[in-house]
Design a protein around this ligand. Structure first.
Ligand SMILES: [Zn+2]
Length: 282
C-alpha cells in the first residue's frame, strides 16, 4: 500500500497563534487534535505528503496540480507576514499523476497556474506539519486543488494518486484540508442554515466509519446548500484508499466559530475487495 496514512483537517487561519493572537483559544480542542493528527504523519515518515486544498486555483472543469520545484507562502493576508513557509514539490510524482490522469480521461494537471504562492488551505496544515516534523521539512510535497467536476471524478483522481505512488515506490501521506459547513451558528460570520449542522453530523458519522461509499453518494446539491468547503478534498483522499480497508479515528469536531472543523486520522489496514467503490474503466 503506497498510501501509508491520511488525515482530515480544517484550515482556519485563526488557529495559527501569529494570526489568532489569543483568539485561537476558542478552538483549542481542534488545535489539540490537529497536533495529534500531524504527529502521526511525522511518525509515518512519508517520502511525500500530498496536501489537497480547496483554496488553490479552482476551475469548473479542471483539477489543478501545482507545477514547478516548490513554493512559498505566508499569512500576510491574515495580518501575520512573518508566519512564512516553504516547500519542495515532488515533481516526479506530479508528472506521474498527470500522466495517469490524461491516460484515464480525468481533467487534472499542471496547466493554468494563476497563483504559485501557497494558500491558507495548504499553509494551515503545513504549519502543524512543520511543528511535528521539524525544519527543514524532511519530505517533499504535492499540492492539489479541487474543481467543479463531480464527486466521482475527484474520487477517481485519488485512485490515480495511489497508483502513481505505487509506481514510483513512494511512501505517501495524504492531507485532506477542508472545513465543513459555514452555516452552523446564527451569530457566525455566514449565519445559520439547518443544512449546516445536518451536513456536519452526517460527515462526522460517515468519516468516523470510513464509509467512503456513503461520502461518494451524498447529494451534491445538499452539500452545496450546507456550504461545505472540503467535500471534494475528502473525496480525493477517500479515492486514494479505494480497495483498502481503512481504520478511521475521529479526533475532534467544533462548530463554535460558525464554521465546522473536523479532525480525523485514517490508517490503511489491508486490501479489501468489497471496498472498490467505483469501477476503474467504465
Ligand atoms: Zn475552506
Amino acid at each position: 500500500m503506497a498510501i501509508i496514512g491520511a488525515i482530515m483537517v480544517p484550515h482556519p487561519p485563526l488557529i495559527i497563534p501569529a494570526v489568532g493572537r489569543g483568539g485561537e483559544a476558542q478552538i483549542e480542542e481542534t488545535t489539540h487534535a490537529y497536533k495529534k493528527a500531524t504527529e502521526s504523519i511525522a511518525a509515518w515518515k512519508p517520502d511525500t505528503v500530498v496536501i489537497i486544498t480547496p483554496h488553490s486555483v479552482m476551475y469548473k472543469d479542471y483539477i489543478h496540480i501545482s507545477p514547478g520545484d516548490g513554493a512559498k507562502g505566508d499569512f500576510s493576508r491574515f495580518g501575520a507576514p512573518n508566519a512564512r513557509y516553504e516547500v519542495t514539490y515532488d515533481k516526479a510524482l506530479v508528472a506521474e499523476i498527470e500522466k495517469l490522469a490524461s491516460a484515464n480521461d480525468i481533467a487534472a494537471g499542471t496547466l493554468g497556474e494563476r497563483q504559485p504562492a501557497l494558500d491558507h488551505g495548504f499553509l494551515v496544515p503545513l504549519h502543524f506539519l512543520a511543528n511535528a516534523m521539524g525544519s527543514p521539512l524532511p519530505c517533499n510535497f504535492v499540492r492539489i486543488g479541487i474543481s467543479g467536476l463531480s464527486f466521482e471524478t475527484h474520487y477517481r483522481l485519488g485512485m490515480l494518486i495511489s497508483d502513481a505512488a505505487e509506481k514510483l515506490s513512494r511512501k505517501v501521506c495524504i492531507v485532506a484540508s477542508g472545513d465543513l459547513s459555514h452555516y452552523v451558528q446564527a451569530d457566525g460570520p455566514y449565519g445559520f442554515r439547518p443544512e449546516g449542522p445536518e451536513y456536519d453530523s452526517k460527515i462526522m458519522d460517515i468519516i468516523g466509519r470510513a464509509a467512503f461509499d456513503e461520502l461518494l453518494a451524498m447529494p451534491e446539491d445538499f452539500c452545496e446548500t450546507a456550504g461545505e468547503c472540503g467535500q471534494r478534498s475528502f473525496l480525493i483522499m477517500a479515492g486514494s484508499f479505494d480497495g483498502i480497508k481503512v481504520e478511521a479515528e475521529m479526533l475532534s469536531y467544533q462548530g463554535i466559530t460558525g464554521v465546522g472543523y473536523g479532525v480525523a486520522i485514517f490508517t490503511p489496514i489491508e486490501p479489501d475487495n468489497s471496498r472498490h467503490f467505483i469501477n476503474k474503466q467504465e
